[in-house]
Design a protein around this ligand. Structure first.
Ligand code: AMP
Ligand code: MG
Length: 522
């Protein structure tokens, strides 16, 4: 099929209107993104939209109208809240979902008994709908799954040869799709955030919820309130990972990655290849530029992209919502004190993994070393130990370590009491010394309650027999002593169940396991 590229002249708009009226497909600009329009009341025409986009047929389309009153025949009833929202935000980037009338077919509604309606503000869009003489069903004019098009050239890239015409109307003002709100349930609920914010909506109709999936993504067994929430979306070919960190931590992180691209804000101090999406404290500029930036990254051949996280308030919610889908929900959290917690039962070989991570440039905090250091120049902790275990563990103001060990390890109860003093102290000292990408290397990571302070946890595991052999050889202790030490720890399944990753060390290749894990984390 030959796709006509049309201008915004009277003649061309009239032609485009005629194409739609006859059942054809026309891409056109709106204030949000480019739409791919067809006569909403012509089921065959609507079907061809799904085909051109490769869109799943259960993901309904938005019906665009050019006058407020055009909504009336499409819905069962224009409720008072719908009326209030229309008065406040039509025309504009807000889509309202209501129970549909019989005039709206099942193809356009994706099989649902509701319909989504919007009255765009963009003058070209309005003129086109008027020229078509019918409500116009239109999703974004991109191949399903790719970033929505904010410029005509991206529509041409995706749709040339697949549709009848494309109206070139310049760049879109907002750059993210409309806010979608459903009024079909008990409480008004935002299913997709956009330039009309929750705050703006609440100022008109009061209490409004935001669907959980908007900011968190969907769990596997969850039912989508909006079918569009189910699919990975807006994604460029490059793999995008969001980095949750302050500006400077982000900059250092991305600058230390090899072959990575940055998706950051104007003025960010980034030395790798980068594309910016707006300014840090200007969510409208971020919204306007995000999809364009994602497309540019593909043009530059980016394979791996680290994106700076936007604020999630106001229009930022819409920006974040699109970005987490472009990233397939992959977010690296650099705000936790420790990037990795490394643990495992005694004798498994955690030490080797730790040394490899150190060579790879991670900042290792060895909890055992801190345990040895915590008693030095630390009268606070000595006093607490004395009051817990008796004054004779202190001689001349110094700790008698042997004595303390004797008492503390004489019973499980005493060990617990010692740990409750030592663990928090050790963890807080490690936290104090932690640099970005810190690894907390701690045999008692779980016992110390430090798991929550780590972004990811890796446990090093080995067979019982192997560990027994290693411990007796390494520490020159008897089988019996080794067994009693081993039995005092969690069993293997505990480590496996409470870790994000497990490294097996019975002779397997450790480096390749580390590499694989790091690829997944980073
Ligand atoms: P797009 O066409 O790309 O702008 O996406 C339209 C969005 O509105 C998609 O996420 C749809 O799933 C959603 N949508 C449209 N109609 C309905 C409806 N009746 N109920 C729930 N979500 C809808
Ligand atoms: Mg879309």
């Amino acid at each position: 099929m030959e796709t006509k590229i049309l201008s915004t002249s009277e003649y061309d708009i009239a032609l485009a209107g005629e194409i739609i009226a006859k059942g054809g497909l026309v891409a056109f600009p709106t204030e949000t993104v480019y739409g791919l329009g067809a006569d909403a009341l012509n089921e065959n025409a609507v079907k061809s939209i799904y085909a051109a986009k490769g869109r799943p047929s259960d993901n309904p389309l938005i019906v665009h109208i050019c006058e407020k009153e055009d909504i009336v025949p499409l819905v069962k009833e224009v409720t008072p809240k719908a009326r209030a929202l229309m008065d406040a935000f039509f025309p504009g980037p807000l889509t309202i979902i209501l129970p549909k009338s019989d005039r709206v077919g099942n193809v356009v509604s994706g099989g649902l008994d509701t319909v989504a309606v919007r009255m765009p503000q963009n003058d070209i869009a309005r003129r086109l709908i008027r020229a078509a003489g019918c409500p116009v069903a239109a999703p974004s004019a991109n191949t399903s799954g790719l970033p929505s098009p904010t410029r005509a050239k991206y529509v041409i890239e995706d749709m040339n040869g697949k549709i009848d015409a494309i109206i070139d109307g310049g760049d879109c003002e907002f750059g993210v799709e409309s806010t979608v709100i459903t009024l079909a349930g008990d409480v008004p609920t935002i299913l997709r955030p956009g330039a009309v914010t929750k705050e703006m909506i609440e100022s008109v109709i009061g209490k409004t919820e935001v669907a959980r999936a908007v900011l968190e993504g969907m769990k596997n067994d969850e039912v989508a309130a909006s079918p569009g929430m189910k699919y990975k979306h807006y994604a460029p070919k490059a793999q995008v990972v969001i980095v949750d960190a302050e500006k400077e931590v982000y900059e250092n992180f991305v600058n230390s990655r090899e072959n990575a691209f940055a998706l950051c804000f104007e003025g960010d101090n980034v030395t790798v290849d980068k594309v910016t999406y707006g300014r840090e404290n200007d969510d409208l500029s971020q919204a306007r530029e995000l999809f364009d930036a994602l497309r540019q990254l593909d043009e530059m051949g980016a394979k791996k992209v680290y994106a700076r996280i936007p604020h999630t308030t106001g229009v930022g919610m819409a920006v974040y919502n699109r970005l987490i889908r472009a990233a397939a929900f992959k977010i690296i959290d650099l705000r936790k004190p420790f990037f990795i917690g490394l643990t495992g039962p005694t004798g498994a070989g955690k030490g080797y993994v730790s040394s490899r991570l150190a060579e790879m440039g991670f900042n290792i905090l060895d909890a055992d070393k801190y345990v040895k250091k915590i008693y030095d120049n630390n009268p606070g902790i000595l006093n607490r130990l004395a009051s817990e275990f008796g004054n004779d563990i202190i001689i001349n103001g110094e700790l008698d370590r042997k004595k303390l060990a004797q008492i503390a390890f004489s019973s499980k109860e005493n060990t617990k009491r010692l740990n409750s003093i030592v663990h928090p102290e050790v963890i807080s000292l490690c936290e104090r010394d932690a640099k970005p990408l810190a690894v907390l290397d701690a045999p008692q990571l779980f016992e110390a309650g430090a798991a929550d302070k780590c972004y990811k946890i890796i446990s090093v595991i080995a067979d019982y027999e192997t560990r027994l052999r290693r411990i007796t050889e390494r520490d020159k202790i008897t089988q019996e002593q080794a067994v009693s030490r081993m039995n005092a720890q969690f069993d293997e399944s505990y480590y496996i169940n409470n870790s994000d990753f497990v490294i097996y060390n019975n002779g397997e290749d450790i480096d390749s396991q580390i590499k694989k894990i790091m690829e997944e984390i980073l």
